[in-house]
Design a binder for this molecule. Structure first.
Ligand code: SAH
Length: 243
């Protein structure tokens, strides 16, 4: 397992940092995230509620989900390792008059100070970008309060996902920046579920996300062959120790 401070791939941070001018362009390099954001938001809101909840958004990027959750009256903190992404997020929130606390940190580092602090932890489209995804899941688990909720979203490691999420979305349609996803780093739902269990979490729901990259239409579905969302409960009686 990677040491806590090293669960960061500098190339990933550099790449996301370099794209940061486009975070809030709904037709730009993050079009895919814009398209799926309302479904992600509804998924969290329907299962855990948002108004008045303390939420940590891990790997918040430009703040697409963090800001949307804050608009639902959640008390949101967003952490990310790319300073440029955080700057874009802060600027957009300020312009929109929405309050989100954006900080530069990894989940592992944040968990050293805020163990058990959050009603809800969201971690969307990040597990496929870190060297040790199991350690990331464990850190997210430490951050949720006993009885709290955790949400992960990512792309499955299947031939269909390779075809549609990488080849079509990145190379053909250019709605996801070229090189964003590396096939071998994609994560299967069984792997994510196993890491969650190892971290003391209970699987509450696993849903597929059907995204039509041509029209942008998105909805939940049964098949987890491409994008999917996972909802865990943290049933631990006490916050686990940070190691
Ligand atoms: N969660 C956002 C952004 C996903 S893109 C959304 O779905 O809208 C992935 C983000 O994770 C990028 O902004 C990148 O800078 C960040 N990131 C990559 N590795 C990280 C790490 N180890 N810790 C925190 N953030 C990280």
């Amino acid at each position: 397992m990677a040491p806590e401070s090293s669960n960061v791939d500098p190339q990933e941070i550099h790449r996301f940092g370099a794209m940061s001018g486009g975070w809030w362009d709904p037709r730009g390099q993050f079009k895919g995230l814009h398209d799926i954001n309302p479904v992600r938001l509804a998924y969290v809101k329907e299962r855990a509620g948002l108004a008045g909840r303390t939420v940590l958004d891990v790997g918040c990027g430009g703040g697409l989900l963090a800001e949307a959750m804050a608009r639902q009256a959640a008390l949101v903190t967003g952490i990310d390792m790319a300073p440029e992404a955080l700057a874009a997020a802060r600027q957009h929130a300020a312009d929109a008059g929405v309050s989100v606390d954006y900080r530069q940190a990894t989940a592992e580092r944040w968990a050293q100070r805020y163990s058990g602090a959050y009603d809800i932890v969201t971690c969307m489209e990040l597990v496929e970008h870190v060297p040790d995804p199991a350690a990331l899941v464990a850190a997210c688990a430490r951050l949720a309060r006993p009885g709290g909720s955790l949400f992960f979203a990512t792309v499955n490691r299947t031939p269909l996902a390779y075809l549609l999420v990488i080849l079509a979305a990145e190379y053909l349609l250019r709605i996801v920046h070229k090189g964003t996803h590396q096939y071998h780093k994609l994560v299967r739902p069984e792997e994510l579920t196993y890491w969650g269990h190892e971290a003391g979490l209970t699987l509450a729901d696993l849903s597929g996300l059907r995204y039509n990259p041509f029209g942008g239409h998105t909805r939940l579905c049964r098949s987890t062959q491409m994008n999917y969302l996972i909802y865990f409960n943290n049933h631990r009686a006490t916050p686990s120790r940070t190691s």
